[in-house]
Design a protein around this ligand. Structure first.
Ligand SMILES: [Zn+2]
Ligand SMILES: [Zn+2]
Length: 186
């Protein structure tokens, strides 16, 4: 295990949120527009605490995305001021908590803080772990020609090259195979 479980969960959730941006989508489509889109996201990435499920909440969560995306464009030292700013803006106060069948873990915001703030701080806390454990080279962008999805590599040997969203590994293998075939018959 590269990171502790809740850190990995938070990083997966952050990457998935960033991957709803048109910037990272192969078709340039924004995947977080409606409340329905947001419900689907929340079904997958369980957040606890207060939810409003209204337009303001969705707008605030959408606004987290470019801020998180920036983390995939900086190096480890460059990430530090971004992460610190997120913690500061979210008034992070780390506390150990236990609830809903999860083991002891850290919440750095109150359960009634705005959802967007809780999500941003949770992501920031996870990136703190990535920085502290000096694993920043695992914060990656998909290498497929036509994909800019972000991910964090949780593989043991750190050799993951493609995102999980677009079936990119398989697609690039097929392209490479066809290229080889074409070269062979040329
Ligand atoms: Zn929790
Ligand atoms: Zn990809």
């Amino acid at each position: 295990m590269v990171f502790i479980h809740d850190t990995e969960m938070s990083l997966r959730a952050a990457a998935a949120l960033v991957n709803t941006l048109p910037d990272t989508d192969t078709e340039g489509v924004d995947r977080l527009v409606s409340q329905q889109d947001f419900d689907a996201y929340l079904d997958e990435y369980a957040y606890t605490g207060t939810f409003h499920r209204d337009d303001d909440e969705l707008a605030a969560v959408r606004a987290n995305r470019p801020r998180l995306l920036e983390l995939w464009s900086v190096d480890r030292d460059g990430a530090v001021p971004l992460v610190n700013a997120m913690l500061r803006d979210g008034r992070a106060l780390p506390q150990l908590v236990i609830h809903d069948g999860f083991d002891w873990h850290i919440h750095a915001t109150e359960p009634d803080a705005p959802l967007s703030v809780r999500m941003l701080v949770e992501a920031a806390m996870a990136f703190v772990d990535v920085i502290r454990s000096d694993q920043w080279d695992r914060v990656r962008i998909c290498e497929a020609d036509d994909c800019a999805s972000v991910y964090v590599d949780f593989s043991k040997n750190g050799s993951k090259r493609y995102c999980d969203t677009g079936n990119c590994g398989n697609r690039m293998n097929v392209i490479a195979y066809r290229r080889r075939k074409a070269e062979e018959s040329a």
